[in-house]
Design a protein around this ligand. Structure first.
Ligand code: ADP
Ligand code: MG
Length: 339
């Protein structure tokens, strides 16, 4: 056995990248989450060759202070949490301080950023995790990050990627989810200079959903607005006729974070019980707001799964929220709705 040694930061970042950066869509996810955490109201996403050649995300958020820019590329450096008290009351999408160093470890990255209080912006180049260039540069307030040649130094990961079409599909899917998560943010997504998605950013979930799913489809959805002491549940629930053959058409957001949850899906299915033909599933977009201490998002590095502390309570609330939305449209007989 060789002697035990602590690995270099460069190597640690490259290993972490294996977990956090699986494909172009994961880069888009991390960059978008950072833009949203920075309070952006407009986000432009541009891809070339499904993101393999280039991914650029530009936002009008807070920007990063020039003295902090290099720090943002250090592992476990974050402006979002300070101590373990914060860890159990997470309000931001990011908090692990891993995304930028991970992405930078497996690409050629350029960041341009400026805060509102600075005259000039900062431009930094990072290649395979090493800062190669740092200049003072004219920049709009906000942050623009370009990621080129993703996985150029990890050929094994590059080989594992699927077709361009599949990779693009994952990106579009994710941007659509974010657009539905934040109707108050205007998103624009271009692929090879073609506009694929544009949302108005006016705060109306129906308008964001119309941009994502098309106007015709959202006409067949009831609006959900329900709350009790613990939960506020809003969004859109498809009329029972708008059913689908697979389970992928229920989208959930918890405190603005897109999550996957069998628990919530099951609650929705229960709410539609007897209204749908057998083996058909509902379509819905649900936003659930709850006290951050009632949900643990630190279950997995991608934070797609969360743990709720009051599962039963939440399930019942979701069922009630959907039922009362459908009831308003007289899609549920009142007697059934009360059960
Ligand atoms: P995390 O999001 O977990 O804090 P990241 O590696 O994604 O970690 O980002 C590191 C830090 O860089 C963030 O905490 C934030 O301060 C800053 N940052 C990253 N992207 C942006 C952005 N688009 N706008 C403003 N600040 C950003
Ligand atoms: Mg982040």
């Amino acid at each position: 056995m060789a002697k035990i040694q602590v690995m270099s930061d460069l190597l640690a970042n490259k290993i972490a990248a294996g977990e956090v950066v699986e494909r172009p869509a994961s880069v888009v996810k991390e960059l978008l989450e950072n833009s949203l955490d920075a309070g952006a109201t407009e986000i432009l996403i541009e891809l070339q060759q499904a993101g393999l050649e280039m991914i650029r995300v530009a936002d009008n958020g807070s920007g990063i202070d020039s003295s902090d820019v290099p720090l943002a590329f250090e592992r476990h450096a974050t402006s979002k949490i300070l101590d373990d008290k914060d860890l159990f009351r997470i309000q931001t999408l990011g908090f692990r301080g891993e995304a930028l160093p991970s992405i930078a470890a497996v690409s050629r990255l350029q960041i341009k950023t400026r805060t509102s209080t600075e005259q000039a912006g900062t431009c930094l180049h990072v290649e395979a995790g090493r800062i190669t260039d740092s200049t003072v540069s004219a920049a709009k307030q906000g942050t623009e990050i370009s990621v080129q040649d993703l996985f150029f130094n990890t050929p094994a990961r590059l080989k594992y990627l699927k077709s361009m079409q599949t990779e693009l599909g994952h990106v579009v899917d994710f941007v659509e989810k974010m657009a539905l998560a934040r109707p108050e943010v205007a998103f624009r997504l271009y692929h090879n200079d073609r506009l694929l998605l544009q949302t108005p950013g006016d705060g109306v979930i129906l308008h964001a959903a119309a941009a994502v799913y098309g106007r015709e489809l959202v006409k067949q959805m009831a609006s959900v607005a329900w709350e009790n002491y613990d939960y506020r549940i809003t969004g859109l629930a498809g009329f029972p006729e708008l059913n689908r053959a697979n389970r992928n058409h229920c989208t959930f957001f918890v405190n603005g974070r897109y999550i996957k949850s069998y628990l919530l899906f099951q609650a929705v299915v229960n709410a539609y019980h007897t209204l749908l033909p057998i083996n058909r599933y509902p379509v819905c977009i649900l936003h659930i707001q709850l006290d951050p201490s009632l949900v643990d998002v630190n279950v997995h590095p991608t934070k797609l799964e969360v743990r709720f502390s009051e599962e039963k309570d939440l399930s019942i609330s979701v069922q009630q929220a959907i039922r009362s939305a459908l009831e308003q449209h007289s899609l549920v007989p009142k007697a059934v709705a009360k059960q």
